[in-house]
Design a protein around this ligand. Structure first.
Ligand SMILES: Nc1nc2c(ncn2[C@@H]2O[C@H](COP(=O)(O)OP(=O)(O)O)[C@@H](O)[C@H]2O)c(=O)[nH]1
Ligand SMILES: [Mg+2]
Length: 405
């Protein structure tokens, strides 16, 4: 089964007392062709940093957890849909950062504001639900209705051997073929399952495969010019382009070459009428027959020539959150609890860890920011409701503060 989408949970290691938590690192592996493994194993966690032993000793950093994915895998955060990484190069990419190691008591010994006690040393590692989406890396993508001859074409111009048959949806998984122009020059062509009307709205097959032409530099649009299945080639052409447009604006704008296939079956008038229409659109049409290989060489040279003028295969940029979005994210998760024990007000909230890790408690403006967050999230109000008094002790994950209005 060809799986090109999966959802997993990744968690970098928490910091120890000294040692940094392990990062989650993604790397492309060309021996992996799809994402099926991630349907079985869905949780990935890197180790926690080690605690230092003895006085003043720093703990060891934990090893990174390396996740191997097929080249071309795009990693998105589920919650926001933003891209965290595009694993298409050779460099490993850190997607989730391990928590910094805590610095134990020494670090806070000189601070006057808080009692130097650090109950949970180290900072938390990043954690995400992510969606993995494989977007194949190919220079050229073949698109067209089912059975127009896409698989037949790739099988005569490359060593790829996809299934070919006279019934629709013979091709159920994308196939890549390398087209050799000469000893040194080649390009990669992707044969994807045929598109049908409504594919971009998720009706039937096809839609889920369009992601595999998203990076392509050039689209070769194959049409059955003979109308051997009773459809009109001009209508076919328009329908497929509408599908591309509905899927993405960029796909619709991608350069296109039109291959009029099954010329061996077509009457000269059919070919002439289609040519007139295509050229009227300002596009170029090639007459081919994948069955007899007529015109296929010329088409490959033309593709090669066009590729020389086009930018390289598209890479997707990571989309970091802005400071504002980061703040919003923190403030939107403002559930917290306060418990009172022996006169100490213990505030607990998951999100407060994230605030704490971004603050340096020795720094005045950081502390002010921290105070602002406590105020805007309602923590201070709650403490007052519970009757805290000036000078009362507030404990947040082991950091203790004097309450001052
Ligand atoms: N006569 C003729 N038949 C073709 C040609 N190209 C493909 N076919 C046939 O059309 C059918 C569908 O071809 P296939 O390559 O599987 O189409 P795909 O669904 O677009 O991949 C098969 O029976 C092929 O043998 C051609 O140029 N001429
Ligand atoms: Mg096919």
């Amino acid at each position: 089964m060809f799986v090109d989408q999966a959802k997993i949970h990744i968690k970098a290691g928490d910091g120890g007392d000294g040692g940094k938590g392990g990062d989650i690192v993604f790397v492309a592996d060309d021996n992996i062709s799809n994402l099926i493994d991630f349907r079985f194993k869905r949780k990935y966690a890197a180790e926690k940093g080690k605690d230092g032993s003895g006085k003043n000793c720093t703990g060891k950093n934990a090893p990174d957890l390396v996740i191997k994915v097929p080249r071309g895998t795009v990693v998105r955060e589920c919650e926001t849909g933003r891209i965290l990484a595009d694993i298409s190069g050779d460099e490993p990419v850190v997607v989730c950062k391990g928590g910094r190691g805590g610095k134990g008591n020494q670090h806070f010994a000189t601070s006057t504001r808080q009692i130097p006690r650090f109950a949970k040393p180290g900072f938390r590692g990043d954690e995400y639900d992510v969606e993995l989406e494989l977007k194949l890396i190919a220079d050229v993508g073949l698109v067209g209705f089912p059975s127009v001859g896409k698989s037949s074409l790739i099988s005569v111009v490359s060593a790829a051997k996809p299934k070919i048959a006279a019934y629709h949806f013979t091709t159920l998984t994308p196939v890549l073929g390398v087209v050799r122009i000469d000893d040194e020059q080649n390009f990669v062509m992707a044969d994807i399952p045929g598109l049908i009307e409504g594919a971009s709205e998720g009706v039937g097959l096809g839609h889920e495969f369009l992601r595999h032409v998203e990076r392509c530099r050039l689209i070769v649009h194959i049409v059955d010019v003979s109308g051997s299945e009773g459809r009109d080639p001009i209508e076919d052409f328009k329908t497929i382009n509408r599908e591309l447009e509905n899927f993405s604006f960029e796909l619709a704008e991608a350069p296109q070459i039109i291959a009029a296939n099954k010329c061996d079956l077509a009457a000269p008038e059919q070919i002439a009428a289609f040519r007139e229409f295509i050229e009227g659109q300002g596009l170029e049409m090639f007459e081919i027959s994948a069955a007899t290989t007529q015109g296929t060489r010329e088409l490959m040279y033309k593709i090669w020539e066009e590729l020389q003028k086009l930018p390289p295969v598209r890479q997707f940029e990571a989309q970091p959150l802005t400071q504002e979005e980061l703040d919003d994210k923190l403030l939107s998760k403002k559930d917290f609890s306060v418990t009172i024990e022996n006169g100490v007000y213990y505030v607990e909230a998951d999100w407060l860890w994230d605030v704490l890790r971004s603050c340096n408690m020795d720094d005045y403006s950081s502390l002010q920011y921290f105070q602002r967050v406590l105020r805007s999230t309602g923590v201070i109000d709650r403490l007052e409701q519970l009757g805290i008094e000036e000078g009362g002790t507030v404990d947040i994950f082991g950091f203790q503060f004097d309450f001052v209005e």
